[in-house]
Design a protein around this ligand. Structure first.
Ligand code: 5GP
Length: 212
């Protein structure tokens, strides 16, 4: 019911399951997902311009110079990740609620530009479970796993800057429940009084006319 598209940032460490929860949320057709740009190599199973816009380092740095990014960050791996202004702003202007699945650093940059951005942190039930989830992927070296755990601790330590926390419990029920929690947050945020001023004004206006 809100008067323009809202921005929902969903952050959380690798292994928090945010990608799977976001896929579930998109099934509701209530949101549009912003496809990020990155300089990292494409992984098997990823689809260009759906998973990410895969850019060369030169192309990404040109976007930075031309102010083409709403936010960006350089990850521990040395790769750039960022939200293209064109991608995000066209969705908001069309009145669609946008999901940005980005890190805390990026989330805080977006909030600076759009102060009514809603920041949601997805957390695992415990560090042990997070570590287990990262290891069970079986795709990364011990060194990389340790690096991701370090990044996770760092991200979670900045949680106090966020508005909501959603815990992704183990199993398929955990995914369903986390997606439901975020849908409920979104519904409540859309009902906020300050996001429905036109509706209230028009109601009060009718009341005044009848009473004249
Ligand atoms: P991955 O390489 O596993 O796809 O993503 C690594 C990290 O980059 C994740 O924490 C993810 O949230 C973050 N990330 C993905 N897209 C963006 C983006 O557009 N901006 C920022 N700041 N972080 C992003």
């Amino acid at each position: 019911m809100a008067e323009h598209g809202l921005i929902f940032v969903i952050s959380g460490p690798s292994g928090s399951g945010k990608g799977t929860v976001v896929d579930k949320l998109l099934e509701s057709n209530e949101f549009v997902l912003s496809v990020s740009a990155t300089t990292r190599a494409m992984r098997t199973g990823e689809i260009p311009d759906k998973s990410y816009h895969f850019l060369s380092r030169e192309a990404f740095e040109e976007q930075i110079r031309n102010n083409g990014l709403l936010e960006y960050n350089r990850y521990v791996t040395g790769d750039y990740y960022g939200t293209l202004r064109s991608e995000a702003e066209s969705a908001i202007a069309a009145g669609k609620d946008l999901i940005l699945e980005i890190d805390v650093n990026g989330g805080l940059q977006v909030r600076e530009k759009y102060p009514d951005t809603i920041l949601i942190m997805m957390i695992p039930p415990s560090f042990q479970i997070l570590e287990h989830r990262l290891r069970s992927r079986g795709t990364e070296s011990e060194e990389k796993i340790q690096k991701r755990l370090q990044v996770a601790r760092n991200e979670l330590s900045q949680m106090h800057n966020y508005d909501y926390v959603v815990c992704n419990q183990e199993g398929p029920d955990g995914i369903e429940a986390a997606a439901k929690d975020i849908l409920e947050i979104a519904h409540a945020e859309r009902q906020r009084l300050d996001r429905n001023r036109d509706l209230i004004r028009s109601l009060l206006n009718q009341e005044t006319k009848r009473g004249e």
